[in-house]
Design a protein. Structure first.
Length: 167
């Protein structure tokens, strides 16, 4: 694949992972505490007031799949120098792992919680919220690692061509 296409894919990965990570960090620091510390019977109303419902329908479905596709595209397409390739592959593989983790656990758990927790016993709500919020730290670490790997790949590309960008 031509170097320019690979450069654009890397830039897009950096930008979209940055958006995803920044939004996830905001959600973790500002939004999740509005509903994870309330009594189990109040989780659903608190989640709705916090904006979690809206983000799950109006933001995440449009950003997360793009990051997953860009991760795969960067894994497949990159043909840069060896040092650059390792970092691009590390970013792509890490973000692909992030997507798999999100789509296999986080998304289904959140959808189940939001759609049917009203009929669950309080103990099940508590356990679900505790696991979701605890494992989210690991997911945030994966996102940070993927973003930093992509940024490192971009900086190596800029250094190797002397033009300050990956092309």
């Amino acid at each position: 694949m031509p170097g320019r296409v690979a450069s654009v894919l890397l830039w897009l990965l950096v930008v979209f992972v940055g958006v995803q990570f920044g939004a996830g960090l905001y959600e973790k620091i500002v939004v999740v505490p509005l509903w994870d510390g309330v009594p189990p019977r109040d989780v659903l109303p608190a989640m709705e007031r916090s904006g979690m419902y809206n983000a799950g329908r109006a933001f995440w479905p449009f950003v997360s799949p793009v990051v997953a596709l860009l991760a795969v595209a960067n894994i497949v397409a990159w043909r840069g120098n060896r040092a650059n390739r390792r970092w691009v592959l590390a970013a792509g593989i890490t973000m692909l792992g992030y997507a798999i983790f999100s789509y296999s656990y986080f998304v289904p758990q959140m959808l189940m919680l939001q759609s049917s927790a009203g009929s669950w016993p309080e103990s099940k709500i508590s356990v679900t919220v505790q696991w979701w919020t605890s494992l989210n730290y690991l997911r945030m670490l994966l996102g940070a690692a993927g973003w930093f790997c992509a940024l490192r790949a971009l900086s190596l590309a800029a250094a190797s061509n002397g033009r300050g960008y990956g092309g």
